[in-house]
Design a protein around this ligand. Structure first.
Ligand code: GLC
Length: 479
């Protein structure tokens, strides 16, 4: 069978530009699909923040004009070939030459431009996608445009769309002016079947209404978002689309995240806990913690935001550090309150707590490698990547059973010896504390701990399986 042509579009992609987990998916799923024989290409905004190293490699392809209402804007198309995948960049300095990716007053205009530019780019390319795979609200207008402005254009005649929700919390909600002024649409789209959302317009809702298939990044999250608690006011729309909503858990690039080959690590290992432990001793020294192999180290690598469950940690951190012989190593930035909480804890318990309020890719890998446990008590978690990397680096995940965490981490059962981590159900600080203590107890029992680690070596998440699920979804849209 001849491979499919898939164009992926979104607002972030590693190694070029990243603020969150979406970037990891766009940076690794295309390669996995290519390995299965598909021709996958990616299109991104050319942000100023992309490093010079990449910008120097970009080859200009062509230029065009994009209309947004009365505006006529320039767009340059540039290209990089990266690990066998073609990446297109849309250049417009007015929209993308800014020091941050998001957080400007004209977000709607910037992404209407981006979506429209993708459509115009497709018209000019000598390559036609079978499916456009759009990720999150920043590319949510593509399915809408395909059914409106471009519906009679023969280039798009057989083209299908898949839309993936990485986080329902961010939807792209703007005033209806955007619809008339920038998107050139009329009041027909100001309806529940269009983009209307409590008097405003909602890019994500548009995508849900017009995409041929909707996917999200775990089976549990696909169910959760159809309920009011997780549904962010779109649960009704999602329930009405249940027959085309599919959960596919993310994988990770297991060649890149490989403790045997990871250049960030002082000591390489794959399955030996003894070798892994050298990384703990190394990090303890590096961070100024007591250098001891017997003390369990709990790692946290995360954006320090509410979604990730830091209010639970805030409630018990004093009790945890006061009563337990542990080391807690945190790496990440985010809300001021949480940054201060960890710094306060480090001041009070300097032998037990290391607060690193920064982000560095290599440092994060050192924490995964050094830690015995990895704590991720999210309030909600569409998929979660931290726990997958932790499993790869043999750091035992302690998670709340929600979204992708529930699908990838199963509680260790002392009786049967099954399971690859520790989990709790209710969003409750003492349930979490109790679960951490369960893990600390098991840690003392070397034999059981080793059998848990053995289970972990067998529960890994390479992309291959999920990439094949996406291929099935693409094929379904074309039937
Ligand atoms: C978002 C979600 C996270 C998911 C990632 C990639 O960042 O919050 O759970 O793993 O997208 O899909």
């Amino acid at each position: 069978m001849i491979g499919l042509n898939i164009l992926m579009t979104g607002s972030e992609c590693t190694p070029f530009i990243k603020t969150g987990g979406l970037a990891d998916v766009l940076g690794s799923l295309p390669e996995a699909l290519r390995d299965e024989g598909e021709d996958v290409r990616v299109v991104l905004p050319k942000y100023q923040e992309i490093s010079e190293e990449w910008k120097l490699q970009m080859q200009p392809l062509f230029q065009m004009n994009v209309t947004l209402g009365w505006r006529n804007q320039y767009a340059g198309i540039e290209m990089i070939e990266h690990n066998g995948v073609t990446i297109y960049f849309i250049d417009n300095e007015y929209y993308f030459k800014r020091s941050n990716l998001y957080g400007y007053g004209d977000e709607a205009e910037r992404f209407v431009f981006f979506n429209r530019a993708v459509m115009e780019m497709i018209k000019q390319l000598e390559w036609t996608p079978d499916v456009i795979h759009c990720h999150d609200w920043q590319s949510g207008l593509i399915p809408v445009f395909l059914h409106t402005h471009y519906k009679d254009d023969p280039v798009f005649e057989h083209m299908k769309t898949v839309f993936t929700i990485h986080n329902l919390k961010y939807q792209g909600i703007f005033s209806d002016e955007v619809l008339y002024d920038l998107m050139e649409m009329d009041e027909r789209m100001m309806s529940p079947e269009g983009l209307e959302f409590y008097g405003d317009i909602n890019f994500m809702k548009g995508a849900l209404n017009f995409a041929d298939r909707i996917t999200t990044v775990s089976e549990t999250y696909a169910k959760e978002i159809q309920t009011p608690y997780y549904g962010e006011n779109l649960d009704g729309v999602l329930r009405s689309k249940a027959d085309r909503l599919i959960g596919i858990v993310n994988g990770i690039n297991v060649n890149d995240y490989d403790p045997l080959k990871d250049e960030a690590l002082a000591f390489s290992y794959r399955s030996s806990l003894t070798k892994k432990c050298h990384n703990k001793l190394w990090l303890q020294k590096h961070l100024g913690l007591p250098v001891r192999s017997d003390v369990p180290m709990i790692g946290i690598v995360s954006r320090l935001v509410e979604q990730k469950g830091f209010d639970l940690i805030a409630r018990i951190i004093d009790e945890l550090l006061d009563t337990e012989d542990i080391q807690l190593v945190v790496l990440g930035t985010g809300d001021n309150d949480y940054e201060q909480m960890f710094e306060w804890a480090q001041g009070k318990y300097p032998e037990k707590m290391s607060a690193n309020i920064l982000f560095s890719e290599s440092f994060s890998r050192q924490v995964y490698a050094a830690s015995d446990m990895f704590l991720m008590p999210s309030r909600f978690e569409p998929c979660g990547i931290g726990q997958l990397i932790a499993l790869r680096y043999l750091s035992v995940p302690i998670v709340r059973e929600t979204g992708g965490l529930a699908d990838t981490v199963h509680s260790y059962n002392e009786q049967t010896g099954d399971g690859n981590g520790f989990t709790f159900t209710n969003y409750n600080a003492h349930d979490m504390l109790f679960t951490i203590r369960r893990s600390l107890e098991l840690y003392q029992d070397k034999e059981s701990w080793e059998s848990l680690i053995k289970n972990i070596t067998k529960s890994q998440f390479p992309w291959k399986y999920s990439a094949n699920r996406y291929r099935e979804v693409y094929t379904e849209t074309m039937e």
